[in-house]
Design a protein around this ligand. Sequence first.
Ligand SMILES: CSCCC(=O)C(=O)COP(=O)(O)O
Ligand code: MG
Length: 249
Amino acid sequence: MTIKCLLLDIEGTTTSISFVKDELFPYIRKELQTYLEANWDSLELQNDIELLRKQAIEDTLTLVGVPEIASSDQTPASIMTSVIANVNWNMDQDRKMTALKQLQGHMWRKGYSSGEIHGHLYEDVEEALKLWTSSGKKVYIYSSGSVEAQKLLFGHSVAGNLLQYFSGHFDTQIGLKIETASYREICKSTGFAPDEILFLTDLPTEALAASEAGVQVKLLVRPGNAPLTEEIVQRFGICRDFREIKLID
Ligand SMILES: CSCCC(=O)C(=O)COP(=O)(O)O
Ligand SMILES: [Mg+2]
């Protein structure tokens, strides 16, 4: 079946893992206290904290050592201290839950708009986006990073604003990337049959979930990505660069 739609992961696929680990995440740790103090009275921040609070309560049922978030009748200072402990703990484990990703997306706004952060993209990405879209393919992003964080990264990227190439964005609101149901929902939402979609990712767990839904998959081998087993390489095929991907019209 001809590929009509490309579904792209970000970290490890369009963008280096080191940009996320060494620039984006440290920005959150560095700015968190200041951000909480500056935005304490905003509804958006209070909603983000409430989401983190609910997630922490749910997490205590299955995880050990979860820092809980102080209840809303505590002082702002004690709530802030508990939020900082919770966010850092979740980031230490690179957790991909919506509550954390939503707050991060809101915090990165200032970093991108001030020019402190530029979204990293591998140099083949822009050329591939141009080629695919000019030949009539639709391109979507599916990342654990929130839709807002995705738009910031591609809107303020090292190659400029590339948002015009995307037909849409998906994040964990549609489901986790390691769950097959998420890819079924993406098929429904985009209107493409599973085998008309090619999902590009760096993670075998995501590749397996997508392929269970009937979506076609290729794994990216980018510098700094985790090594892949021979079995996974044989099963899905790999590419080192988007220019290696040949789509039949
Ligand atoms: C686009 S937001 C920054 C990256 C991020 O927070 C993340 O979790 C990336 O995960 P991905 O699903 O793109 O591997
Ligand atoms: Mg990834």
